[in-house]
Ligand binder design. Structure first.
Ligand code: DC
Length: 248
C-alpha cells in the first residue's frame, strides 16, 4: 500500500505538472480534481444551464444524478483523462470560457459532495497523487504528504497565457490575470471547503524554480520523511516509497 499525496494551491502554480511528474516517478495514479469541476461546468454549458453567463443552480443540482465522471489512463500522455458520461472532454474543459464559469459550479455544496465522494472512492486504494483546492484539508485530511503550492501572480498568469496561446486560443494577459484573481478569491472565500493552507503542508513556491527543481524538492522531502516516519503503518508505506525511488 502506497501513500496519498495531496496537492493544493492557487490556480496556475503548476500543481498538475508537478502532480503528473510525481505520479510517473512513483508509479502512482494521478487525479486532477479541477478537471472534475470543469467537466461538470462543461456539461452545464452544453445543457443550456447558463443564461447570460449565470448558472441555473437548481437545474444543475437536479441533473447531478445524470452525471457520471471517469478517468481513463492515456499511455501516450502518461496521464489520466477525464470522461463525462462516456465522452472524453479533456480538451473541451481547458478553455478560457470554462475557466471563467467554473467557480459558479465548484461552489455548489451539492456538486462538491458528489465530487468528494468520487475522489474518496478513487483514493481508497492509496498510491495516488491528487491535486485541487481542498484535498489535504478536506478530501484526505490524513494524506501522508500534503503540498501547498504558490507562486507570484504575474508568473502564474504568464504561464497560463502561454498554455492558451499554445492551444491557439487568443486571450490577453489581462484577461488571464483577472480570471486568476477572481478564481483565487472565490476559492478562498467560498463557504464549502475553501482553499486553505493546512499547518502540516509542505509549501512549494514555484516562482523561481524549474519543474525539475520542484520535483527534486518534493522527492527530497519524501526521502526525509521516510526516515522520520511516525507510525508503524506509515513506516511501511514510506519504505515502499523509498525503495521505489531508489530503484529508478
Ligand atoms: O485546478 P483548476 O483550475 O483546473 O480548477 C478548476 C476550478 O475548480 C477552480 O476554479 C477551483 C475549482 N476546484 C475546487 O473548487 N476544488 C478542487 N478540489 C479542485 C478545483
Amino acid at each position: 500500500m502506497g501513500l496519498v499525496i495531496a496537492i493544493d494551491g492557487y490556480s496556475g502554480c503548476g500543481k498538475s505538472t508537478l502532480a503528473k511528474a510525481l505520479a510517473i516517478r512513483l508509479g502512482y495514479r494521478y487525479i486532477d480534481t479541477g478537471a472534475m469541476y470543469r467537466a461538470v461546468c462543461w456539461y452545464a454549458l452544453q445543457q443550456g444551464f447558463f443564461d447570460n453567463r449565470v448558472l441555473n443552480q437548481s437545474a444543475l443540482i437536479q441533473a447531478l444524478t445524470e452525471i457520471s465522471i471517469q478517468f481513463k489512463y492515456n499511455p501516450q500522455h502518461q496521464a489520466s483523462e477525464v470522461f463525462l458520461n462516456g465522452e472524453n472532454c479533456e480538451t473541451s474543459i481547458r478553455t478560457m470560457e470554462i475557466s471563467s464559469l467554473v467557480t459558479q459550479v465548484s461552489k455548489l455544496p451539492e456538486v462538491r459532495k458528489k465530487m468528494v465522494e468520487l475522489q474518496r472512492r478513487m483514493g481508497a486504494e492509496k498510491s495516488l497523487v491528487m491535486d485541487g483546492r481542498d484535498i489535504g484539508s478536506y478530501v484526505f485530511p490524513e494524506a501522508e504528504l500534503k503540498l501547498f503550492m504558490t507562486a507570484d501572480k504575474e508568473v502564474r498568469a504568464q504561464r497560463r497565457l502561454l498554455e492558451h496561446q499554445l492551444k491557439g486560443e487568443s486571450v490577453s494577459l489581462k484577461e488571464v490575470m483577472d480570471n486568476l484573481e477572481y478564481r483565487d478569491f472565490e476559492d478562498r472565500t467560498r463557504s464549502e471547503s475553501p482553499l486553505i493552507q493546512t499547518v502540516d503542508a509542505f509549501v512549494v513556491d514555484t516562482t523561481l524554480i524549474s519543474k525539475d527543481e520542484q520535483l527534486n524538492l518534493v522527492l527530497t522531502e519524501l526521502k526525509r520523511r521516510s526516515e522520520e516516519h511516525t507510525s508503524e503503518l506509515q513506516s511501511r508505506q514510506y519504505l515502499v516509497c523509498r525503495l521505489l525511488l531508489e530503484k529508478k
